[in-house]
Design a protein around this ligand. Structure first.
Ligand code: NDP
Length: 502
């Protein structure tokens, strides 16, 4: 398989301007140089070239950002902003992002490797939907009056609850869809009156930095949204340890999530963890095969499989196994692999050389364990970090390729006989993030849905995160939820007020 490398789209002037601009941290509404003077390179994964240099944040930089966020939290301009004004401000922010969608899509293509049209339309589309959905919440953050009766003789009370922002939020964001996940954390913070310090992955910081600048342009007060670049072990750790941070919202691997949870315990922070997955896809013999194969392909090969909800374990009813595997392999072979800036690219590179090597390690181990590469199975030569879309038939259920999150364009296929076996195989994992059922039989669907231990079940659909739907995992896929009304609960405290009135 070859990579398409010619005829790249040219960068629009806005993208070029931002790339050329010296990169700093974004603290208190200003670009601030790093305290140490150390920096790291951001690499274009389509050709391994250096895009720009970024300052490596230190504990001192993190402290500066948190102090700015804490000052903004208590500034009457933000604290007392009328809810309707906050709503209008969020809509202005969304409109501004929409006007810069092409620039943001190009930055994501350069940084992450995703096709620029996916960055511009799918990722920025979700960013806009999330911000506009969350803009409806500031005017609806109500408490309740409670009838607590007369708990003491002859003593009457008026009792109510009110909702208040949880405080300064520390957000730690991964590299796979950085802009979208950053907005999943920024939008509820804006809606609830919190302030936020974001640490993007050092691999993909560009679009998040630009987002912070756009927030200021939209009228979000200085210090409400801050971005510190840097490495997890230093900047991330300092954010989780800091006593002025009330909440940590983390998306990333289960290993790091557990470490963050342990650290956050010292200061008893409110923690939300959206961790990895190894999401099962159950394909029943009554499914619409054409739609199922397209949906399954999108669900594993979209964003080169670097998606926490990727449907990476396919369980196929035995009678249609060979036919379904061959159809999926054919679909995989039809996908065009190339740089994110090529207009025909379906599948971009993996995000880094180290990640490409990790994905190849899983594929090779899966082949050694007895899996058959019906299509794919190899890295693609070239300066970029490409791996062929891969379908592995019949690896053992207990093998690493079936059990571990690979985060690459790799799907395993295993047959099953009946619904109980399908549910048992689907649940045979430490994760519980998402799951998929392809069937036209409503009884089969309703029997399976309650049996599956996962935060999301999509029926006859590939994954799409809707801002109204809570997003998170069972088991070791996380704690708490992003999106929906649930995230608003995680970003607010409920205060009980009891007033004696006689
Ligand atoms: P990590 O979980 O290590 O990183 C996610 C974020 O956490 C990054 O911003 C990272 O910074 C930061 N971080 C790392 N260590 C700490 C720490 N001790 N304290 C605070 N923050 C920290 O993911 P990786 O980038 O290493 O990817 C590894 C694997 O994780 C992938 O191959 C994939 O399987 C899975 N993954 C899952 C994601 C999901 O959405 N569920 C998203 C991304 C990865 P830094 O980048 O500097 O390390």
């Amino acid at each position: 398989m070859n990579v398409m490398a010619n005829d790249l789209k040219t960068l629009i002037p806005d993208t070029q301007r931002f790339l050329d601009q010296e990169k700093k941290h974004f603290i208190g509404g200003k670009w601030i140089a790093g305290s140490s003077g150390d920096s790291f390179s951001v690499i274009d994964p389509s050709n391994a070239e250096v895009l720009t240099q970024i300052p490596a944040g230190t504990a001192e930089d993190i402290d500066n950002a948190i102090q700015a966020a804490n000052t903004a939290l208590n500034d009457p301009m933000w604290r007392d902003m009328p809810p309707a004004n906050r709503e209008r401000m969020m809509h202005r922010f969304a409109d501004l992002i929409e006007g810069h969608a092409e620039e943001l899509g190009q930055l994501e293509a350069l940084d992450v490797g995703m096709p620029s049209f996916v960055g511009q339309h799918v990722e920025v589309g979700n960013v806009l939907d999330t911000l506009r959905y969350m803009a409806g919440w500031p005017t609806k953050l109500n408490g309740k009056t409670m009838n607590i009766g007369e708990p003491m003789p002859d003593k009457r009370y008026f009792a109510y609850t009110q909702r208040e922002p949880v405080g300064v939020v520390g957000a730690i964001v991964p590299w796979n869809v950085p802009l979208m996940i950053a907005m999943w954390k920024i939008a509820p913070a804006l809606a609830t009156g919190c302030t936020i310090v974001i640490k993007p992955s050092e691999v993909t910081p560009l679009a998040t930095l630009r987002l912070a600048e756009l927030a200021l342009d939209a009228g979000v007060p200085p210090g409400v949204v801050n971005v510190i670049n840097g490495f997890g072990a230093e900047a991330g750790q300092a954010l989780v340890e800091h006593p002025l941070v009330s909440k940590i919202s983390f998306t990333g691997s289960a290993v790091t999530g557990k470490e963050i949870n342990r650290t956050a315990t010292d200061t008893l922070k409110n923690v939300t963890l959206e961790l990895g997955g190894k999401s099962p896809v159950i394909l029943l013999d009554d499914a619409n095969m054409e739609k199922a194969v397209q949906g399954i392909s999108l669900g594993i090969f979209g964003n080169t499989g670097q998606v926490c909800v990727a449907g990476s374990r396919l369980y196929i009813q035995a009678g249609i196994f060979d036919d379904a595997v061959e159809r999926l392999a054919k679909e995989a072979r039809s996908l065009k692999v190339g740089p994110g800036l090529h207009p025909e690219t379906n599948i971009g590179p993996l995000v880094s050389e180290a990640h490409r090597d990790k994905v190849m390690g899983f594929i090779n181990a899966g082949l050694k364990a007895g899996g058959e590469a019906v299509t794919g199975g190899s890295a693609i030569d070239g300066p970029g970090f490409y791996v062929e879309p891969t379908v592995l038939a019949n690896p053992p259920q207990s093998s690493d390729v079936v059990q571990e999150e690979i985060f690459g364009p790799v799907i395993t296929a295993i047959p099953f006989d009946d619904l109980d076996e399908a549910a048992a195989l689907a649940n045979d994992t430490t994760y519980g993030l998402s799951s998929y059922i392809w069937s036209r039989d409503i009884q089969n669907v309703h029997q399976l849905v309650p049996k599956i231990r996962a935060g999301q079940v999509y029926v006859n659909s590939s994954p799409f995160p809707h801002p109204a739907m809570p997003m998170g995992g069972y088991k070791q896929s996380g704690i708490g939820r992003d999106l929906g009304e649930e995230v608003i609960n995680h970003y607010t405290e409920h205060k009980s007020v009891v007033i004696g009135i006689n």
